[in-house]
Every structure is written in structure tokens, then in C-alpha cells.
Write a protein that binds this ligand. Structure first.
Ligand SMILES: NC(=O)c1ccc[n+]([C@@H]2O[C@H](COP(=O)([O-])OP(=O)(O)OC[C@H]3O[C@@H](n4cnc5c(N)ncnc54)[C@H](OP(=O)(O)O)[C@@H]3O)[C@@H](O)[C@H]2O)c1
Length: 290
């Protein structure tokens, strides 16, 4: 079996590459810059150089693919490229290329409650348009909707190290962050169990409030917790103000404003603990491998 992984150079995609390879699959990873693929190279049969934003560079990517996977997306607030160009259009380019190549299955990573929140959160809408296209195609599909990843929780750790953690809202909103390796092994069991043509919300084993995550980050650094609070309405208003100048920053602020006001607890999977992840960060060990 051959899997094609787009997003392989990122946090989740890296774990998916490893999980497929360890299950005995051949893995072809898409990369913009193969020089930056040292950590996944041992698990890949082939590194395919291409730009998901440029359809002409994708010819041959999905040749003889049994399963296609994409977690491509942006997590920065630079003005270019926008999330519409990457989270939406680049992923649509991949889906069209997979269809042209006759690929039979596609796994796509959206966001937790993306289907419910798409009218309120532009980042969710961008990814849900891709999910719509995949569902309407003749391929079999799985849409994953994870809650926050451990790598996103690293931001709490960075703020704690600098002395003060800024919390959205009053810090009481709850979520269950999930490790990339746990999502990857969950995906493999879904595929092995024939769980195609369904959406799956995925969270980690422990539910925390945002403030508890901050406490854990401070604790791992043996520092006294110190917090600032950013009201949801402030983030929402800032998002509206910066929308004409910076679509990415605006969309992120919009998403954070919602995070401040609602719990995001997904069905649990896996056994990686956020406490251990922070402990490794505090020891200066490489974080993504957990
Ligand atoms: N992080 C979370 O908490 C979370 C929670 C739920 C859902 N998700 C979804 O999962 C996705 C993946 O998350 P992640 O943490 O694995 O992200 P990540 O580590 O930032 O990886 C993103 C991937 O997208 C690629 N990419 C970024 N900009 C690109 C561009 N302009 N052209 C082509 N490829 C580009 C990156 O390639 P390069 O290495 O070449 O930049 C990388 O392979 C997110 O975008 C989000 O929609 C995330």
C-alpha cells in the first residue's frame, strides 16, 4: 500500500508519515523544500518536491496512491499567503490532483466542530470547503476534526517562560489537547476498521481549562503563575479592525475569541500527557517527538 502525505513537514503530518511507515506502508511525502525533511526522510520511500499552491507542480504526486492525506495549513500571521490560499485553495488543488490520478481514498484534517462553526470562523470555513469537495467526490474519505494539538500548547510554555501567560477570556474555557502521535495511531485504527466516509472529532485523554494549562506550564518551569486576561470582545474587535490589512491575523483573532467563550472537548484518544510534554520542553528536549 502507498500513502501520499501532504503536510509531512509539519507537526501532525510528521507523525502520520511515521505511523504509516511503521505499519508497513510506502510513504511519498510532499515537501516544498526537501532539504528540510531530515526528520521524516528515514520513514519515506520518496520525497516529492512540489508546491500545493501551484497545481502544475503536483503532476505525479498521487501516482499509484492508495491513500492521500493532507494536513497542509498555515499557523502564522504574516500577510501572505493567506489561509484562503493555503488552507482552502492549496488543499483543493491536492484533492483535484488526487482525483485526476484516480486515487481511491482521501483523509483530510479540518478543525474541531469545523462543520458547526464555519459560519462564525473563517478558518473553519476555509477547511470545510475542502471537506465538502472531498465528500462530493467519488473517493472514500475520512475527515478528522481534532481539538488543539500539543504543539499549539507550546505557546503557553513560551509565555510562562517569559513570566506571564495571557489567557483568552477568563481562562475557564475547557479543551482536551491531543498529541500528533495519538491522532496518527487513531487514524490507522479507523482505516483498519473500515471507518471510511465519516467525520471524527478527536481529542486527548485529559480535559483542562486554559488556566490549568497555564498552571501546568508554569509548574514545569518551577515558576509562580502570573496571568493576564484578554476579553473575547477585545480579540473579536481587533480581528475586525485588522481584517482589511491582514486576513490571517484577523481570522486567528476571530478563532481565539470563540475559544475564550466555549468549551472544546472532543472524544478522547491516546495516552500522551501534556504534563510530560511540558516537562520535556522544560528539559530542553525536542518537543515534536513528545
Ligand atoms: N494546531 C492545532 O492545534 C490544530 C488543531 C486542529 C486542527 N488543526 C489543523 O491541522 C493543520 C495542521 O496542523 P500542524 O500543527 O501539523 O501544522 P504545521 O506544523 O504548521 O504544518 C503545516 C504544514 O502545511 C504546510 N504549509 C504551510 N504553508 C504552506 C504553503 N504556503 N504552501 C504549501 N504548504 C504549506 C507546511 O509546509 P512547510 O513545512 O513547507 O512550511 C507543513 O507541512 C492546521 O493547519 C489546522 O488546520 C490544527
Amino acid at each position: 500500500m502507498r500513502a501520499v502525505v501532504a503536510g509531512a513537514t509539519g507537526y501532525l503530518g510528521g507523525f502520520v508519515v511515521r505511523a504509516f511507515a511503521e505499519a508497513g506502508w510506502k510513504v511519498r511525502a510532499l515537501a516544498r523544500n526537501p532539504d528540510g525533511c531530515a526528520s521524516i526522510r528515514p520513514f519515506c520511500d520518496e520525497i516529492f518536491r512540489g508546491e500545493a499552491t501551484v497545481p502544475d507542480t503536483l503532476h505525479g504526486l498521487f501516482r499509484q496512491a492508495d491513500v492521500c492525506f493532507s494536513s497542509i495549513g498555515i499557523r502564522h500571521v504574516h500577510r501572505h499567503p493567506t489561509f484562503w490560499q493555503v488552507d482552502c485553495q492549496a488543499n483543493l488543488n491536492l484533492v483535484e490532483a488526487a482525483l485526476r490520478a484516480g486515487a481511491p481514498r482521501f483523509v483530510f484534517v479540518s478543525v474541531f466542530r469545523g462543520d458547526e462553526l464555519r459560519s462564525e470562523i473563517r478558518l473553519a470555513e476555509a477547511r470545510e470547503r475542502v471537506a465538502d469537495r472531498i465528500r462530493a467526490s467519488k473517493m472514500k474519505w475520512i475527515i478528522l476534526r481534532p481539538s488543539g494539538f500539543f504543539n499549539d500548547m507550546e505557546e503557553f510554555f513560551r509565555m510562562a517562560r517569559s513570566g506571564k501567560v495571557w489567557l483568552p477570556g477568563d481562562g475557564s474555557a475547557r479543551l482536551n489537547p491531543v498529541h500528533g502521535a495519538d491522532i496518527a495511531s487513531h487514524l490507522l485504527s479507523l482505516m483498519a476498521g473500515g471507518g471510511w466516509n465519516r467525520d471524527y472529532a478527536v481529542g486527548g485523554p485529559d480535559v483542562f481549562s486554559l488556566r490549568q494549562i497555564g498552571d501546568m506550564a508554569f509548574h514545569s518551569l518551577r515558576k509562580e503563575p502570573r496571568y493576564g486576561y484578554i476579553p473575547g470582545w477585545v480579540m473579536k474587535s481587533a480581528g475586525v479592525v485588522c481584517r482589511p490589512f491582514n486576513a490571517n491575523a484577523s481570522a486567528l483573532l476571530q478563532a481565539f475569541a470563540l475559544l475564550a467563550s466555549r468549551d472544546g472537548v472532543a472524544p478522547p484518544t491516546g495516552d500522551h500527557r501534556l504534563k510530560d510534554f511540558f516537562a520535556k520542553l522544560a528539559q530542553g528536549l525536542p518537543p515534536p517527538s513528545g
